[in-house]
Design a protein around this ligand. Sequence first.
Ligand code: SF4
Length: 205
Amino acid sequence: MAEALFPLLRIARLRMGSDGAGITTLIAGAGCPLRCRWCINKRLLREAPAEPLTAAELLERVRIDDLYFRASGGGVTFGGGESLLHAAFLRRFRELCPSEWRICAETSLAVSPELLSLSVGAVDSFIVDCKDMDADIYRRYTGGDPDLMRENLRFLLEAVGPERLLVRVPLIPEYNTKEDQQRSAARLRGMGITQLELFDYVIRA
Ligand code: SF4
């Protein structure tokens, strides 16, 4: 079987406090099943096409910060696009990279249960952007299936536990309100999610 390639959009080094523990390198990939109105990734893709890399090639690009990762308890964060579309790649990368590195995945969970299951063994912590827990708001904003996201979230919580899972709940201009955001947070707490981050989407022209 051909080796899985990662469609690299950009690498951002030496990040702290924005996507996982310690010092991290954000690796953004192309491709997402959702169609969010305020997505910046479509613009990134227009500006620079994605570059397909093997796990070994990507590892060479990010190895430069090995000492920072080890010293700070950090590692790499795969973002998107939808990082879990590349679950087979993530598993290969996990096999090759130093075991001390923490692998984090930013995801909307708009992927098949099979891809989600595949990623569980490769990823130390998940950062989920749930958009909104209300089905109508979710559909209007993303064009995606709210039931798939919610079922995947339940599965993930069961599979990895609340300590490996952070759920971000955005305030989305023109789509939800502060009250909607609070309602989503309450539903997530009711499911057993303990790490929540409420934030505002910033729209760039
Ligand atoms: S989930 Fe993220 S990458 Fe996908 S369309 Fe929405 S904002 Fe863009």
